[in-house]
Design a protein around this ligand. Structure first.
Ligand code: ADP
Ligand code: MG
Length: 306
């Protein structure tokens, strides 16, 4: 018994670590055949998806009872709309995406999709309607084609190519000696953060889920890469219910609603224009980021003129 408990604890540890990272959940559940802590109700039904409207109603959540993380969060992402969540790091933004995926159960309130509580439906059906483009994509040790097709295994070769084009990674892939057959992952060609993210976007395009969660990269991607990724993301999120966790405010200007989260509470909410007008937390974050971008731009010009 003692001998057995060590590896089991270890697996639990690895599982929690990986889950914490929320790198690529869909993939992770396949890679690690581990039971989640959250279990389906005996009478859980598959989600009857209509338009994919998301609703958080007075959601309270804590990983550890001593330390509340979300303190009564309410918002809606109407079907087909885009809602952005911004705010300082540690505010609870990624936690919201983990709860929508039902990695954890909340302590109070409700999270519903098309009126169905996520606790009443099967996890498989819940996760099948959500596509996630994480901050940090872990690729399989396999070909690029496989890594894209993973979004929908039954996809044709043509569909894989098209998805890659839309995700703006097609040209790059075709420039490789082995093209779509190039081995990637830990033991293959190492892709940059931006390239991996575009593979994840291509995968999500193939999956074509009604609901999208985008956790944008924090890492300073160069401006061109960022713009390419942004236009790919804009395409994927068209007419899909989309929850964007944004680090760069410039990427959420067009969101239908922006929610500013601070210490697990909604500090401000509204459109970009309305929030700037309020001249509060969002406006100060916006000004700070704009100054940083201008400083970066200035530095680049100085370097180029050398
Ligand atoms: P954000 O995405 O806004 O930066 P997170 O939602 O990742 O913030 O985290 C919110 C808070 O919850 C942070 O203080 C973080 O340390 C804490 N937290 C995240 N995951 C866990 C966990 N598994 N156990 C305990 N605390 C956690
Ligand atoms: Mg986060």
């Amino acid at each position: 018994l003692i001998q057995l408990s060590v590896p089991l604890n270890f697996i639990g540890f690895v599982y929690r670590e990986i889950r914490q990272g929320l790198t690529d959940i869909e993939q992770m559940f396949d890679l690690l055949d581990v039971k989640a802590e959250v279990v389906d109700k005996p009478d859980a039904k598959p989600l009857a998806i209509a338009q994919g409207a998301i609703r958080f109603e007075n959601v309270h959540f804590a990983y550890d009872p001593e330390r509340p993380i979300l303190k009564g969060i309410s918002f809606e992402v109407p079907a087909g709309k885009t809602v952005a969540i911004v705010g300082p790091s540690g505010a609870g933004k990624s936690t919201i995406s983990r709860l929508l995926y039902r990695f954890y159960d909340i302590q109070q309130g409700a999270i519903t999709i098309d009126g169905q509580d996520v606790r009443d439906i099967t996890q498989t059906s819940l996760r099948s309607v959500i596509g996630m483009v994480p901050q940090d994509t872990v690729l399989f040790n396999d070909t690029i084609a496989y890594n894209i097709r993973y979004g929908r295994i039954s996809a044709s070769e043509d569909e894989v190519l098209k998805a890659a084009e839309i995700a703006q990674i097609g040209t790059f892939i075709r420039s490789l000696p082995d093209g779509f057959k190039t081995m990637v992952g830990e033991r293959g060609l190492k892709l940059s953060g931006g390239e991996k993210q575009r593979v994840a976007i291509a995968r999500t395009i193939l999956k074509a889920p009604p609901i999208l969660i985008l956790d944008e990269a924090t890492s300073a991607l160069d401006t061109t890469t960022e713009q390419e990724i942004q236009s790919a993301l804009d395409l994927v999120s068209q007419n899909r219910t989309t929850l964007v966790i944004a680090h760069r405010l410039s990427t959420v200007i067009n969101a239908d609603e922006i929610i500013v989260l601070r210490h697990g509470e909604i500090a401000e909410r509204g459109t970009h224009a309305a929030l700037l007008e309020q001249n509060g937390l969002y406006a100060s974050m916006w000004n700070r980021q704009r100054e940083a971008t201008q400083a970066e731009e200035h530095l680049r010009q100085v370097r180029e003129s050398d």
